[in-house]
Design a protein around this ligand. Structure first.
Ligand SMILES: CC(C)(COP(=O)(O)OP(=O)(O)OC[C@H]1O[C@@H](n2cnc3c(N)ncnc32)[C@H](O)[C@@H]1OP(=O)(O)O)[C@@H](O)C(=O)NCCC(=O)NCCS
Length: 143
């Protein structure tokens, strides 16, 4: 058993919502055969948009991604689970915290935290300018 697989399993967050599950494929690897960091970042951006979309109710854009940390490598065949919670709702923006956990191909049911990030999305109008978040925005479950 490799060193990575022998590490203790991480506890999944109970204060966040599961917003995405995805399995990286060979086409998502870099020259070393590991998963390309940019692919993971794209998935985090997609997952991070789920809760803000409920609040923003319309077009939005990612304005900032902060504190992106890759804690462990991601491998082909891992099942990645993306958990998110809303940390701030401003006048025109929503900020979420996203944590990503991997179930290794050979050790299903055991989780390793592979990355986390803080992302901010801005509600925009038809011209791409910031617009106020609707007052009657629904509460974000789990957020
Ligand atoms: C998103 C965009 C419309 C915002 O326009 P802007 O003139 O920067 O807007 P503002 O300065 O009025 O800020 C709007 C909101 O974003 C927040 N914001 C702006 N820059 C931020 C940053 N670096 N980090 C966190 N939040 C930020 C502001 O705090 C504000 O939130 P609030 O109203 O809830 O307080 C504009 O920056 C844009 O079009 N960016 C490109 C978006 C894009 O293409 N994303 C995909 C990248 S490939």
């Amino acid at each position: 058993m490799s060193d990575l697989l022998s590490r203790p399993t991480a506890a999944l967050p109970t204060d966040k919502e599961l917003v995405l599950k995805v399995i990286p494929m060979p086409a998502d690897t870099n020259g070393n055969g590991d998963i390309f960091g940019g692919w993971v970042m794209a998935q985090v951006d997609l997952a991070g948009a789920v809760l803000p979309a409920r609040i923003v109710q319309g077009r939005m854009a990612t304005v900032a991604v902060k504190e992106f940390v890759f804690k462990q490598p991601v491998r082909v065949g891992d099942i990645l689970s993306f958990y998110s919670s809303v940390v701030r709702v401003g006048r025109t923006s929503v900020t979420v915290d996203v944590e990503v956990y991997a179930e290794r191909f050979a050790t299903q049911g055991s989780y390793v935290k592979v990355t986390e990030a803080l992302l901010t999305y801005v509600a925009i109008d038809g011209q791409g300018h910031p617009r106020p978040i609707p007052a009657q925005a629904p509460a974000a479950p789990g957020g």
